[in-house]
Design a binder for this molecule. Structure first.
Ligand code: NAP
Length: 281
């Protein structure tokens, strides 16, 4: 059987580009997409070595169904690329009562990641790649419950937190599963032209950022590197080499909060409590 890679948010941007690359490298590619029409179209485009399974990261029932479908079809997973994400959305809550940006980018992603371990922990050289963003570097202090307060909601700041949390949790998870065959690694694409920016405010700073965006092939390269390199660098972030933005993949230190073990442990407990997985490891 081919090696299997699972990608969330695989119908667009970086996830779609990654799906094409893995397929060309001989992997069987599972496409997790929330929109059925787009998922079916993507499966057609990627070809017979791919399978679309419906997945909405804001809905635990949908994540459970996705995972059950995976276990019915695959014994082992080699790569899990946790990619689905949103940015700059108006405040809203999911049916579990979580703010949408954090629910999609962080809580849903973490819930699925922890379940995936059962399909990966005995697979030699298996890898979980968590997407993050240069936005994580803007955060200077942890907030936890304060991010539940609608009256102080700011779409950019919440996005920044979701990416810092993705990074911190991944480093902590990797540390906690040294007895598993699976490594957990973080990659970010730089600022890449994609549909992610479709809701952004066309302010002057946005127009300036727009000029510096790279294409998806530069943005996806660190993800592929992080998931396939034989010389994995622990607790580093894979990103484009020149100022996190241009050129081939390299690695960087994360936001310094990601190396604060006490904050990581607090985030770990806070998160498991929120997603109802307290005793998972
Ligand atoms: N582009 C950048 O500059 C940049 C920089 C740093 C980090 N990132 C991260 O990279 C990841 C991919 O972004 P992109 O640039 O490729 O943007 P994109 O083209 O908008 O792709 C995002 C993907 O996530 C999916 N998605 C969104 N909400 C979902 C949900 N609730 N359940 C399942 N899937 C969902 C989208 O599905 P639909 O098509 O149905 O909306 C789409 O397939 C994101 O996590 C983003 O935060 C991007």
């Amino acid at each position: 059987m081919d090696k299997v890679v699972v990608i969330t948010g695989a119908n667009s941007g970086i996830g779609y580009a990654a799906a094409k690359i893995y397929e060309s490298k001989g992997y069987f590619v599972v496409l997790g997409c929330r929109n059925e029409e787009k998922g079916i179209a993507t499966e057609k485009e990627i070809g017979k070595n791919s399978k679309f399974i419906k997945l909405d990261m804001t809905d635990y029932e949908s994540i459970d169904n996705f995972y059950n479908n995976l276990t019915n079809n695959f014994k082992n997973i080699d790569i899990f690329y946790s990619n689905a994400g949103i940015m700059y959305v108006p405040f809203s809550k999911t049916k579990e009562g979580l703010e949408s940006t954090l629910a999609t980018n962080y809580f849903g992603s973490t819930y699925l990641t922890l379940m995936m371990l059962d399909l990966m922990k005995n697979v030699v050289n298996s890898r979980i790649v968590q997407i993050s963003s240069i936005a994580m570097y803007f955060i200077k202090e942890m907030r936890y419950e304060r991010l539940e307060d609608e009256s102080i909601y700011s779409p950019w700041t919440w996005y920044n937190y979701s990416n810092l949390y993705r990074t911190m949790f991944s480093f902590e998870l990797d540390k906690k599963i040294t007895n598993f065959e699976t490594d957990v690694v973080v990659a970010h694409p730089g600022v890449t032209r994609s549909r992610l920016y479709r809701r952004s405010n066309p302010s002057l700073s946005y127009k300036i950022i727009d000029k510096f965006k790279t294409n998806v092939s530069t943005g996806v390269a660190p993800v592929i590197e992080a998931s396939t390199t034989a010389e994995l660098k622990k607790e580093r972030v894979y990103a484009p080499k020149i100022i996190h933005q241009y050129g081939k993949p390299s690695t960087y230190k994360a936001n310094k909060l990601a190396y604060n073990l006490q904050e990581r442990e607090t985030l770990w407990n806070y998160t498991l409590d929120k997603i109802g997985m307290k005793d998972i490891l």
